[in-house]
Design a protein around this ligand. Structure first.
Ligand SMILES: Cc1cc2nc3c(=O)[nH]c(=O)nc-3n(C[C@H](O)[C@H](O)[C@H](O)COP(=O)(O)OP(=O)(O)OC[C@H]3O[C@@H](n4cnc5c(N)ncnc54)[C@H](O)[C@@H]3O)c2cc1C
Length: 538
């Protein structure tokens, strides 16, 4: 084998890319190269509470931010993205949510064959190992270990009771038959350790002789012969390397970097590219468009009793005790996901399924990621399938320069109406009688703000995302689609995109699980295509 030729080149070893690396190298027929811009690992990544240490850490995070716009009150909103093996699955909040069956049925209705819920359910089952739930929906022996947090206590009991009092029913498996209701968060944590795709998919495959992983290597450009993608150029340690793909290049650089790389390589809107001096290879107007995310105000209350929140447990002697507890038992708040309880509710009557997601976070954050001295909790609420759409586009030919990210949040009227309804539901929940012994003062938005205009204005001034950008290389067959339902880039041979960027619409929840599913799906599509050509190794 020529050192610079591989059957498959995967750009980005994140949630989806790591799955591809494992599955494509598994049967030994193909040589696989993975090019990852970030480092191999970070000491905080395996420890769940390390989430807080990585969210603003340039050693493992791209640290993007959005362009100021009306929906963000002219602020720049932080956009953390994992920059290490495992990608964002190595720095995320470890919340495990597949989404609703309707999400995938909707993708299929848009014309994407093979993406209905019935089509993707076997992949969701194959990828996970989860002990509870119904066999019809849950997988038992996949590489990704999913667990229930096994934590509880009086404030959680009160939250469940208060939920019941406002008509939100308990649901012990929101990844099962239906999502609606309130339950404890399922998490990609096992024995107190984060289950990133680096840990679950890459580590078991690393010793395979046909898998090569290069880290700290920024892919700067895809290489073409006519409209066929034949390889990639990356920079590692100041040296530029060119590698060639005998079969395919798969871009799994995530929802920000995948469209950026396509544009840097000449695939996108020709006028925009020419304006920067990039010679267009192929006209695809949808590259970088259709950006969606969960825009999520943080509503905050103080708690009247001590010892129940991370604000109490995260400092002084309590923290020493928690650290010891973690060291010995791998339990306690250091081993919990970012948001240990969540609810899926309806913003209005007549909806078939929940359109709002709410999470209960038993802590108050002061600036950045520092725990507040005040004890309290934060309720994060967002529209599940937001229709406000933004864009991501390069502003320079320099691959190390961040693209311009415009969210355009709250531009869709339904998003505004549903979010207002969600904030009202949160207030009703927290003001329910069962919370009387725990609820302190509403800090944010604060009881003084009651009118729709005031609340929306507060959202514009303060809301952040839940870090779920998707959709910027969307799958479909309409003129704005970037990939087809086999994830092949329209009009180009030898090139697929497989990551959160291909989602045509947001899934109803956090986006790690569906991104991993996309990696699984892409692997089956690519191996089936290789089989169809009677593949042997190059
Ligand atoms: C702080 C944070 C918290 C989150 N919390 C949750 C949560 O609790 N639950 C949940 O379900 N989801 C969560 N998410 C979202 C979820 O993790 C992502 O949607 C998912 O990981 C996206 O997977 P991906 O494969 O599309 O991209 P990523 O996992 O981001 O992978 C992309 C990879 O490509 C690499 N790359 C990019 N450009 C290049 C290049 N030019 N050359 C080489 N390599 C490149 C990146 O370094 C990265 O490793 C969170 C995300 C963040 C950032």
């Amino acid at each position: 084998m020529n050192a610079n030729i591989y059957d498959f080149i995967i750009i980005g070893a994140g949630s989806a890319g790591s799955v591809l690396a494992n599955r494509l190298s598994a049967d030994g027929r193909f040589s696989v190269l993975v090019v990852e811009a970030g480092r191999a690992s970070h000491p905080w990544s395996p420890i769940p509470v390390g989430f807080a240490k990585l969210i603003e850490n340039p050693a493992a995070n791209w640290l993007y931010s959005s362009e100021p716009d009306e929906g963000s009150g002219q602020r720049r909103i932080p956009i953390p993205r994992g920059k290490l093996l495992g990608g964002s699955s190595s720095i995320n909040g470890m919340v495990f949510v597949r989404g609703q069956s309707h999400d995938f049925d909707h993708w299929a209705q848009l014309g994407n064959r093979g993406w209905s819920y019935q089509d993707v359910l076997p992949l969701f089952k194959k990828m996970e190992s989860y002990e509870a739930g119904d066999d019809e929906f849950r997988g038992r022996d996949g590489p990704l270990k999913v667990t229930d947090p096994g934590e509880g206590g009086p404030i959680y009991d009160a939250m469940f009771e208060a939920a019941e009092q406002v008509g939100i029913k308990r649901n012990d498996d929101y990844n099962g038959a239906i999502q609606d209701g309130v339950g404890m968060t399922q998490a990609t944590i096992r024995n107190g350790r984060r289950q990133s795709t680096a840990h679950c998919y890459l580590e078991p495959a690393r010793e395979r002789p046909n898998l090569t992983i290069v880290t700290d290597a920024l892919t700067e450009k895809l290489l073409f012969e006519g409209t066929r993608c034949v390889g990639a150029r990356y920079r590692v340690g100041g040296v530029v390397e060119e590698v060639r793909a005998a079969r395919e290049v798969i871009v799994s650089a995530g929802a920000i970097n995948s469209p950026q790389l396509l544009e840097l390589s000449g695939i996108g809107q020709p006028d925009l590219l020419r304006g920067l001096g990039i010679e267009p290879v192929h006209d695809l107007p949808g590259v970088g468009e259709n950006l969606r995310d969960h825009y999520a105000p943080r509503m905050k209350w103080t708690v009247s009793k001590p010892g129940l929140t991370y604000n109490d447990n995260g400092r002084g002697l309590a923290l020493v005790w928690q650290a010891l507890r973690y060291a010995v038992t791998r339990k306690g708040f250091l081993a919990l996901p970012a948001a240990p309880m969540r609810a899926y509710v309806h913003s209005r009557e007549g909806l078939e399924s929940a359109d709002l997601g709410i999470s209960f976070n038993p802590y108050l954050i002061a600036e950045g990621v520092r725990l507040d001295k005040e004890r309290g909790f934060t309720m994060i609420v967002h529209v599940l399938r937001s229709d406000s759409k933004g864009s991501i586009h390069v502003t320079s030919t320099d691959p190390s320069r961040p693209p311009a990210i415009n969210f355009n949040f709250l531009s869709d009227e339904n998003d505004r109406t549903a979010l207002l309804s969600g904030m009202k539901i949160v207030r009703d929940w927290i003001n329910a009688p069962a919370m009387d012994d725990y609820r302190g003062v509403e800090l944010a938005p604060g009881e003084a703000l009651q009118k729709d205009d005031e609340l929306l204005d507060w959202v514009r001034q303060t809301a952040e995302t839940t870090y779920h950008p998707v959709g910027t290389c969307k799958m479909g067959s309409d003129p704005m689609a970037v990939v087809d339902d086999q994830l092949r880039v329209h009009g180009i041979q030898g090139l697929r995109v497989a990551d959160a960027s291909i989602m045509p619409t947001l899934t109803s929840g956090n986006t790690n699980a569906p991104s991993i599913m996309i990696g699984e799906k892409a692997s089956t599509l690519i191996l089936a295509a290789a089989d169809a050509t009677g593949a042997k190794a190059a």
